[in-house]
Design a binder for this molecule. Structure first.
Ligand SMILES: [Zn+2]
Length: 351
């Protein structure tokens, strides 16, 4: 176990960045655009008179597991949907189990959206079973295998944290569009227009992220967090990413892992580490104390939204705000000159 953890650490350091090649991103985009377009065309064929009846119908009841998926459903669904998120701010999806009221909401829903890729590890069987009877879609599992990252925790599974890269998240948004269109074909045009607007906003976000993170000095492009949620982020923007815990918060961090990371903080003179809103900061504090005992001051660069978004009703409680916050906090703490209130001046003050 110890060897494996150190090995993993070394692999990360040796590999450095794994930026998704543009050609691969473009292929992904073309594939997903085609799928969404096909769903729209099928929907048009199914219309009895070619006229949208959506305005007369009650909103679709959509249940989503994470806040990020609920946000995608609201963005694409607009007035056609009423979305319930099972997991609120600060909730850890790796350990979440469905409650009795969740089950009631899901059995009454017109569409249930979950992430898949083993993110909702405790609910995996429940969703596979529900999917045999109800309209259930694992939205991240629509992404092509070629763009997914593997990991050591489970040899046959992928890193589920795809929302950390807005370019990949566009694929999830298109899958949400496809699922909504299949559920309510008569609103296909509304979904297509909403999706196009949201995808354009995600493009702007991706540009802001790339430009801001490129301003971090190269030697400072190391992201130390409580658990390994930032692999896709690091791969896209050229950061080494080191989580104290593994891909899932379910795995315990050993003392060896903490001491290996303290070594790294001291030898590389890393100035800041980050806490996460959905994970205890106990291990991060152990790192800071370990480094201090060896005469190296490390500070907390800020709180990142890793597996859950910010407070409901706030800008950080949307996908755009969540990523804007993370990018702005990371870039700022690691030495880049970035706007204090983020991409559009909407971030809360004092982050
Ligand atoms: Zn996670």
């Amino acid at each position: 176990m110890q060897m494996r953890i150190i090995r993993k650490c070394i692999d990360y350091l040796a590999n450095g960045s794994h930026i998704l090649p543009m050609a691969q991103v473009e292929t992904l985009e073309t594939k997903l655009t085609r799928r969404a377009a096909l769903a729209g065309a099928l929907a048009a064929l199914l219309l009895p008179s070619g006229r949208a009846r959506a305005a007369d119908a009650a909103p679709l009841r959509v249940v989503a597991t994470t806040g990020m998926i609920a946000d995608a459903a609201r963005q694409v669904g607009g007035a056609e949907v009423e979305v319930t998120a099972l997991m609120g701010p600060g909730v850890d999806p790796h350990s979440y189990r469905q409650t009795r009221s969740d089950i009631v909401a899901m059995t009454r829903a017109d569409l249930v959206l979950w992430h898949g890729l083993y993110l909702e590890a405790q609910m995996e069987e429940f969703f596979r079973d529900l999917g045999r009877k109800r309209n259930v879609v694992a939205v991240a599992e629509a992404l092509p295998r070629a763009v997914l990252r593997g990991h050591d925790d489970y040899a046959d599974k992928f890193d589920p944290h795809v929302w950390m890269n807005p370019v990949l998240w566009k694929g999830v948004v298109r899958e949400v569009q496809r699922a909504l269109t299949e559920t309510r074909p008569e609103a296909a045009e509304v979904f297509a227009a909403n999706a196009a607007a949201h995808l354009a906003a995600l493009d702007r976000l991706a540009d802001y992220a790339a430009a801001s993170l490129a301003r971090v000095p190269e030697s400072a492009r190391v992201l130390v967090t409580a658990h390994d949620a930032f692999g896709y982020f690091g791969a896209q923007y050229g950061f080494e990413v080191l989580g104290i815990q593994g891909i899932s918060t379910e795995s315990e961090a050993g003392l060896n892992r903490i001491s290996a990371l303290v070594d790294l903080l001291v030898t590389r003179q890393i100035a800041a580490v980050f806490v996460e809103s959905s994970v205890s900061d106990r291990n991060i504090r152990a790192l800071i104390e370990g480094a201090a005992a060896r005469g190296h001051q490390v500070r907390i660069g800020g709180e990142l939204y890793s597996d859950a978004m910010g407070p409901d009703g706030s800008y950080e409680g949307t996908y755009l705000g969540m990523i804007d916050h993370n990018v702005t906090v990371i870039a700022g703490a690691l030495g880049a000159d970035v706007p204090e209130r983020g991409m559009d001046g909407k971030l809360s003050a004092g982050i």
